[in-house]
Unconditional design. Structure first.
Length: 260
């Protein structure tokens, strides 16, 4: 799978090897990271779980709000009860609600008074505005120490140049988009924005046309892929038993799922 470093090299090849300083590597990297962010957000905005992670929420008696400490926390989609001390624990899913709707969906005491998974619903919110962080609020207020499992879409944040974020099969789309945006910063020796500008403009137009056509084609493939993340699974098919050929009816007879 191509890493960020490999993608940077391939983008320069796509641009017909411009000068090392035009564009400068940090400028090209910044454009690439923006395109990766767009790529991963497109994946996060579909129903399929392309990039997910999970964390635990452990409550305490009388505490209403809990900071989510997972650094890659993006958008929660599932919360359920869990108990590591009980292998036969029956999981129960906890539905989400908006903070302003909590009192309409739950009618009962403000705080539970038992060491049980008491959450009837859960509210997720971000605060404060200056440096927002994710918080979770179980409703009602817990009465003891219990654990919930939270699954969420995780957002990519660059870790190193050897990262391979997103779906590597569509990195060629990211490379083409990056190359197109980097064209104004490119120079090929004397062919630049300040020298031999006519030749530079012709070269940029030709490259832009090729890159734009490739982006249109690759984006369509990416959209189709996102729309159908899995193939049809193996399921029980209607079969034809021996009776199909032996039936006295001229058109035969189809069998059921179990062969008769």
């Amino acid at each position: 799978m191509p890493s960020i470093t490999t993608n940077l090299a391939l983008i320069r090849q796509r641009l017909l090897e411009p000068d090392p300083s035009a564009p400068q590597q940090h400028i090209l990297l910044n454009i690439l990271l923006e395109k990766i962010a767009d790529h991963t957000l497109q994946l996060a905005n579909v129903r399929a779980h392309w990039a997910v992670n999970h964390t635990t929420l452990t409550t305490g008696s009388g505490s209403e709000d809990y900071l989510i400490t997972a650094s890659d926390f993006g958008r929660p989609f599932l919360v359920y009860t869990t108990d590591a001390s009980d292998p036969y624990h029956v999981r129960r899913e906890v539905p989400f609600t908006l903070m302003q709707d909590a009192e309409y969906r739950y009618l009962g005491p403000q705080q539970y008074n038992s060491q049980l998974h008491s959450a009837v619903e859960i509210v997720f919110y971000r605060t404060p505005a200056t440096a927002p962080q994710w918080y979770a609020r179980p409703v009602p207020i817990p009465g003891g120490t219990v654990t919930y499992e939270i699954w969420y879409d995780c957002f990519y944040d660059v870790g190193s140049l050897e990262d391979t974020p997103g779906i590597s099969a569509f990195h060629h789309l990211i490379r083409c988009e990056t190359a197109l945006d980097a064209l104004p910063a490119c120079a090929w020796g004397a062919v630049s924005l300040t020298e031999k500008t006519d030749a530079w403009e012709m070269k940029c137009k030709a490259l832009a046309l090729v890159l734009s056509n490739a982006i249109t084609k690759y984006q369509k493939q990416f959209n189709d892929f996102k729309a159908q993340p899995t193939r049809e699974g193996v399921n029980q098919k209607l079969g034809m038993g021996r009776d199909y050929e032996l039936d006295f009816m001229p058109v035969g007879r189809m069998t059921g799922n179990y062969g008769w």
